[in-house]
Design a protein around this ligand. Structure first.
Ligand SMILES: CC(=O)N[C@H]1[C@@H](OP(=O)(O)OP(=O)(O)OC[C@H]2O[C@@H](n3ccc(=O)[nH]c3=O)[C@H](O)[C@@H]2O)O[C@H](CO)[C@@H](O)[C@@H]1O[C@H](C)C(=O)N[C@@H](C)C(=O)N[C@H](CCC(=O)O)C(=O)O
Ligand SMILES: Nc1ncnc2c1ncn2[C@@H]1O[C@H](COP(=O)(O)OP(=O)(O)OP(=O)(O)O)[C@@H](O)[C@H]1O
Length: 496
């Protein structure tokens, strides 16, 4: 691409040296740089990209975009000084990849909980209906069935634009994207032209990053501001009528509003909800009729998730009877209220719940159908967001019959410190602390009796533990099966 054209919409303070006629690519990571490319220096949280200028030049970068002017400049290299390299990266990436998001219909899903579930179900139903789709989120990036590792829930701006360009080239028409509050605040979504913004819910999480709930709420609201002001594009914001915060988000957009809910008035409302061991039934009330629906999901919160999915699919123009038919047969994504078939009479559910709200809702959901005891394994990660630990411990002891507090990616923090903070919130003594997660799972299986439910919360789809600087393989299903073999039902000991 012609360099002058590439920089035409970037606010440049000064160019040192001459723009080369053309450049071949753009990078923000010196390790990926290829000859005749642009290297944009980003000031990160751990390191400063400006420290890697020499390495980028050695690999052939011909244009360096800087926020801080380096002491020494190489001849034959062009330096472009801008006020904010992160913002510049967004403009450069959009221009270089030719604004790929404008060639796609993109649904962005934000909220504290439910993003992965909602995105994955929308994507599955669209595929069943024959759409060519792309999915980007916590578990993976999936371009028309081809899977790629996902480092972040919402990728950095360059990876984002490159991914969208790859999706366009693969013939994808519809994209579903998980939109994190970090992604919104850090400008990773610059230029992404969303067709729909979906809001699931807002509860406490990530306060280590956002500081206050007010900042966190504002961060998520940016998705609705991103829907823009061009009403010819006929965009829609899909909001949860039962979450107060939706009122604020509605004021942030002039797009059409579609609401869903269970308690308050809404365009798509679930009534007469019945909870079963492996499915939920409800009556869907809309302005154009009432429908009975069975979904292979457990829990009231999944009724909310599915309602938001229905809104999106309806807004895309999918025939209603086809939406309902697909939803009856589309299972939850991996590690999201997944009923693990152990071949044993102890029921095991693997779930990703790692916030106070999610743990409470998961336990309420299990209580709706379970007649025996609920034994929960509750873990939390090392280092960050420590405030939430006692709150998680409180809700878990309040809503389970017995809890085992453990770790979930402890990183460099001592496991004992983590479990003690969880236990500090306990409302009774029906718990024990076992920092080693494998031992915790084994213990839960050992004490569970016939018909009890063991909830293994926290890791969901993850098949590793982050311990110190190591990524240690960790398979919760394998550990559970081993424990079931080692502690057959007839020999188990009482829970209390
Ligand atoms: C706090 C935060 O958001 N960090 C993100 C940030 O990392 P960073 O600032 O540490 O980057 P860095 O490693 O210091 O590097 C700075 C610059 O130097 C460059 N560099 C670095 C090394 C080198 O040799 N050469 C080089 O050029 C890097 O490419 C980068 O451009 O930029 C990285 C690349 O974009 C992200 O992967 C990384 O996310 C980390 C892994 C992370 O854990 N982020 C969390 C907080 C996050 O964003 N989570 C949300 C989801 C939350 C949820 O809802 O659950 C998400 O969207 O994932
Ligand atoms: N609508 C919801 N309300 C509350 N809790 C939910 C909801 N949907 C899912 N959960 C709970 O939150 C956990 C995470 O769900 P999911 O992965 O779909 O959310 P997410 O927003 O992608 O989470 P994260 O941001 O942590 O990746 C689930 O395993 C479940 O326990």
């Amino acid at each position: 691409m012609k360099t002058i054209a590439l920089f035409s919409n970037v606010s440049v303070i000064k160019v040192y040296g001459e723009y080369p006629l053309a450049v071949s690519n753009i990078f923000t990571d010196s390790r990926q740089v290829t000859p005749d490319s642009v290297f944009v220096c980003i000031k990160g949280y751990t390191v400063d990209g400006h420290h890697y200028i020499s390495s980028a030049i050695e690999k052939g970068a011909s244009v360096i975009v800087v926020q801080d002017i380096p002491d020494q400049m190489y001849e034959d290299v062009c330096y472009v000084h801008v006020r904010d390299t992160e913002r510049a990266a967004g403009h450069l990436a959009n221009k270089f990849f030719d604004y790929p998001s404008t060639k796609l219909r993109i649904v962005g899903v934000t909220g504290t909980n439910g993003k992965t579930t909602v995105s994955s179900v929308i994507n599955s139903v669209l595929r069943r209906e024959g759409y060519k789709t792309g999915l980007s989120g916590t578990i993976e990036i999936d371009i028309d069935g081809e899977k790629f590792e996902s480092k972040n829930t919402t990728s950095d701006v360059l990876t984002m634009q490159r991914m969208l360009k790859d999706m366009v080239e693969a013939g994808v028409t519809d994209v579903v994207m998980e939109v994190s509050s970090h992604g919104l605040v850090l400008g990773r979504l610059a230029g992404v032209d969303f067709q729909n913004g979906v809001f699931t819910n807002l509860t406490q999480d990530h306060l280590d990053f956002h500081g206050t709930m007010e900042h966190y709420k504002y961060a998520k609201g940016l998705l609705f501001a991103h829907l823009g002001q061009d009403l010819r594009k006929d965009k829609a914001a899909i909001v949860n009528a039962d979450d107060e915060v939706s009122k604020d988000y509605i004021t942030m957009t002039s797009a059409r509003i579609i609401s869903y809910g269970i308690k308050n008035e809404a365009d798509f409302r679930a009534e007469n909800i019945r909870f079963h061991e492996s499915k939920t039934s409800f009556t869907l009330k809309t302005n154009f009729g009432e429908y009975d629906l069975d979904i292979p999901f457990i829990g009231e919160f999944n009724v909310y998730n599915i309602l938001s999915v229905i809104c999106v699919l309806w807004d895309k123009g999918m025939p209603f009877e086809r939406i309902l038919m697909h939803l009856k047969e589309t299972p939850p994504p991996s590690g999201r209220m997944e009923i693990f078939q152990t071949g044993d009479k102890r029921n095991v559910i693997i779930d990703y719940a790692h916030t106070e709200d999610a743990i409470g809702k998961v336990l309420d959901s299990i209580r709706m159908f379970s007649t025996k005891k609920i034994i929960s394994i509750i873990g939390t990660g090392g280092g960050r967001d420590k405030d939430k630990r006692p709150k998680m411990g409180r809700i878990a002891t309040e809503k389970s019959d017995y809890c085992i507090f453990t770790t979930d990616n402890p990183l460099d923090e001592p496991g004992k410190e983590i479990v003690d903070m969880l236990a500090a919130g306990a409302i009774d003594d029906q718990f024990e602390c076992i920092p080693d997660r494998e031992e915790a799972i084994t213990r839960a299986v050992e004490i569970a009796k016939e018909g009890d439910v063991v909830l293994i919360a926290g890791k969901g789809h993850e098949n590793y533990q982050l311990i110190g600087k190591e990524v240690v393989p960790f398979d919760e299903k394998e550990i559970t099966l081993r424990a079931i073999r080692d502690y057959p039902l007839t020999e188990n000991i009482p829970t209390t």
